[in-house]
Design a protein around this ligand. Structure first.
Ligand code: NAD
Length: 565
């Protein structure tokens, strides 16, 4: 099974290696640069905060076409209006069980009649080339089915949180998207939000010192007992997976760590019709390997509350509201640098563009440039696994232990990519060599054979392929198979430089002219210094020097401001 990072270069390289038997556009979407920004003269003094300037949306025809699945509150109140702020996406299809509602909404957003589907005709999306990405905004237990069906229809999938009701369903979703070679992103809007990203940056920069504690409360007083949120079969659970997940997720992405011990407490008002099947409130405690702890509450029965506080040895960051769609307020407290006898408490306010536009633009860019989303399926699965452990803890009345993660941000894109790079280099060279050899053979083959289907020239990466691949490459022969994959002080990808260098020279010389950023992702150090990554830009997340430190540093940066152009 191939992952996104592997595909980034195997596909492109194989295309090139197959000598243009098919054009790149048949395989991969073109890389579309952000539209140039129109600059206006500065009107403010340098002492004023910097303004981002006018937006630079792509022309409609170049944007990723989205289908929105489920026309409930979130779709109508947040997601569809957010398309008006997007630079890289447009809505081209709607999926709803209510035709009249769909037609009314289609009129409002200019969706043509041919872009209207219901849950039965959903699979016909495969015949609509306008649709590239599908946004699943259905009750939680329907996420898995519609993600799998969307992937099978050849569409990239962006799915609301919680990813699914069970970790088994999450895994099915990941597997289905991998199998169909489609991207899967989970809609963690706050991981794309400027105030949250600023706190992540402060935490990784140690501005708050060593992180010690996190507290958070998220919930509202729910009405209407018969809504799907109160049915276990549709919601999977109550307050915890719906709103508690924001606290859980924030504890993970602020610290970058994964909890190793969790304890949960579930509570419902006896005989309350709303809470017959799902919990009213869920309080939980998470312990992380560094000693950092999180204590959170989520609720369906108390007045709306959405606050958080991250505490370190040297300062704290606090948000109230911290989980809302807008109006977030971030305060930071620490000893004053200018008045040692005082504390400074500052409010840091960023502009607040639609969180939904930001996350969808990021995913659109991933589709356009064939990169892995910042919050991939693995990130959604991590939360659902912890939710399962928390329910087990509440049921059994004890602490539940979880496996330790090996690195910071273990389920976000950087860690995944770094691991994938290494795996890809180890496993796919033989397949590439086979392609190279086939290409050479083809050069002498009769014309009829040259027109073989592209698949014939792209061997799947299986152990059989590896065994049968000719081992003619000088580097692979010279390389000591027993050599450690990474020497002390050396990053893992450096151990593959030699192999990579020749692979590029031999197989894909035209890649030198290719400046697409995804090429830099896996381009080795071939005697030349690696292409400079723009400072503060997501490109350095996975394309700079691949050291543990750089991975951690990259986690600090806002990968989305510069990416969205
Ligand atoms: P909603 O009830 O307002 O909308 C759900 C939609 O699903 C409706 O259009 C409904 O008709 C449709 N549907 C199809 N089959 C259904 C069935 N069998 N039962 C009930 N509805 C059915 O819900 P919502 O608030 O829009 O939530 C949808 C998803 O979005 C959920 O997964 C939720 O967790 C998520 N959500 C995320 C955020 C966020 O901030 N990211 C906020 C709210 C909701």
């Amino acid at each position: 099974m191939m992952d996104d990072a592997s595909r980034l270069w195997t596909r492109r390289r194989m295309l090139e290696a197959t000598g243009g038997l098919l054009t790149a556009s048949a395989w991969m979407p073109p890389v579309l640069a952000a539209a140039p920004q129109v600059k206006l003269p500065d009107t403010f003094a340098k002492t004023e905060r910097e303004r981002p300037g006018p937006p630079n949306p792509q022309p409609e025809s170049e944007r990723v076409g989205w289908a929105v699945v489920g026309l409930g509150h979130l779709s109508l109140e947040e997601i569809l209006p957010a398309f008006g702020q997007m630079k890289r996406g447009r809505v081209v299809a709607l999926v709803s069980g209510d035709r009249a509602k769909a037609q009314a909404i289609a009129k409002q957003y200019g969706v043509p009649d041919k872009g209207l589907y219901d849950y039965k005709s959903f699979d016909q999306l495969k015949d609509n080339p306008e649709v590239q990405a599908v946004y699943i905004v259905l009750p939680n237990s329907m996420h898995a089915e519609f993600t799998v069906r969307a992937a099978q229809a050849g569409k990239h999938v962006f799915c609301e949180k919680p990813m699914a009701s069970t970790s088994a369903e999450c895994q099915q979703m990941i597997d289905a998207c991998k199998k169909a070679d489609r991207k899967l992103g989970i809609a963690y809007r706050l991981q794309y939000e400027p105030h949250h990203r600023a706190v992540i940056q402060m935490a990784r920069n140690k501005e708050l010192g060593t992180l010690k504690l996190f507290t958070a409360n998220n919930g509202q007083n729910q009405g209407e007992p018969n809504q799907w949120r109160h049915k276990k079969a549709l919601a999977g659970g109550g307050a915890l997976p719906d709103v508690g997940i924001y606290c859980l997720s924030a504890a993970r992405y602020f610290s970058g760590e994964e909890p190793t011990e969790v304890q949960g407490f579930s509570q419902s008002t006896p005989n309350a019709p709303r809470f017959k099947e799902v919990e009213e409130s869920f309080a939980f405690h998470l312990r992380f390997p560094s000693g950092f702890q999180a204590h959170c509450t989520s609720h369906y029965g108390a007045h709306e509350t959405k606050d958080l506080r991250l505490m370190g040895t040297d300062g704290w960051a606090s948000m109230d509201p911290g989980f809302a769609y807008s109006g977030l307020r971030l305060r930071v407290g620490m000893k004053s640098k200018t008045f040692p006898k005082a504390d400074d408490t500052v409010e840091r306010s960023f502009s607040q563009p639609s969180q939904f536009a930001r996350e969808m633009d990021h995913f659109s860019r991933c589709v356009q440039e064939n990169t892995v989303p910042h919050t991939p399926g693995e990130e959604g699965l991590a939360d659902v696994r912890i939710i399962e452990a928390l329910y087990r803890s509440a049921q059994e009345g004890k602490v539940v232990k979880l496996e330790a993660a090996k690195k910071l941000d273990a389920f976000r894109v950087m860690a995944i990519l770094n691991e994938r790079d290494v795996q890809a280099l180890q496993h796919e060279l033989p397949a590439l060599l086979k392609v190279r050899d086939e290409r050479v053979l083809n050069a002498f083959a009769p014309a009829s054979q040259e027109k073989a289907s592209p698949e014939a020239h792209v061997p799947p990466v299986t152990s059989a392929t590896q065994d049968s691949a000719p081992k003619t490459h000088p580097c692979t022969e010279e390389r000591d198979p027993g050599a450690p994959t990474s020497a002390p002080g050396q990053n893992a990808s450096q151990t593959h430089h030699c192999v990579e260098e020749h692979r590029f020279d031999d197989l894909v010389s035209t890649a030198e002219q290719d400046t697409a950023p995804e090429d830099r992702l896996v381009k080795p150090n071939s005697g030349q210094p690696p292409p400079p990554a723009a400072p503060g830009c997501s490109t350095c997340e996975f394309r700079g020097e691949c050291t543990e430190k750089s991975v951690a540093d990259a986690a600090l940066e806002d990968p989305f401001d510069c990416r969205s152009g």
